[in-house]
Design a protein around this ligand. Sequence first.
Ligand code: AKB
Length: 314
Amino acid sequence: MIQKSDKILVIGSSGQIGTELVQNLREIYGISNVVASDVKVTEQAKEGPFEVIDVMNAQGLLEVVKRHNINQVYLLAALLSATAEKMPKFAWDLNMQGLFNVLDLAKEKIIQKVYWPSSIAVFGPNTPRENTPQFTIMEPSTVYGISKQAGERWCEYYFKKYGVDVRSLRYPGLIGWKSAPGGGTTDYAVHIFHEALKSGSYECFLSENTTLPMMYMPDAIKATIGIMESDYQKVKIRSSYNLSGFSFSPKEIALEIKKYIPNFSISYIPDSRQQIADSWPKSIDSSEAGIDWGWKPEYDLAAMTKDMIKNLKN
Ligand code: AKB
């Protein structure tokens, strides 16, 4: 439920999700009620309230929260899968300490609601890969996945022990035209569009039949704001919800792009990200999210491709 008094802080607001989330939240809550923040000043600072926040600095975070009377925090600052493998200790520190600093604000009742994203990376090589259920084997083999799985456990713990209203989604790979992804294994699904339009060819870092769960950004934003605005008692899972859009492989998305750019060509040179992708599910069962708070995706591969090409051409 939206309240006039809501004052929202988005941490890590200049990233792939944050850029679009801030725009959407501002349309709903008003520009002055949504404070964007990142570790450094970005172009976003010109569009509305903006603060420089290092989420590892609990005192600095508290000062901003108090100064703006913040009651909801969306914590998006994190290192993604591929980057985290390059700096495991820093990834663990950032992904965990950032979460604790925000959860503790809610535990102390300084803020009322927290959004924290999890990921399909919580699953691992022993997880059933097709239509992966909400509750299943979770033995992540990446630093990012380990930090997300631990984060999920802490979210549920803070909910049960301290009554913290924390909500979370396990994002699949996200595809959007407004902002670039950074450091993920699913990033190819965005780069491929830019390269197809720029040079007509793309060298993919995953092999042709690597099927992964993906989602178009408008659906991801709808789900994110949707779970945050759902009634408290409807959000029954306080670790993180499975979230699904559609699944495809590099070969399948290339074929879809060819419908608009017939001469487009793709080649495959798998790198270290292949191993990460091979440990993740191919498709996700998100029926709990549908039953509990009404999740339903709108876009499939064809609709997403059409919209991406139209917008990137513009
Ligand atoms: C990544 O590839 O690391 C992310 C994710 C699936 O969480 N996009």
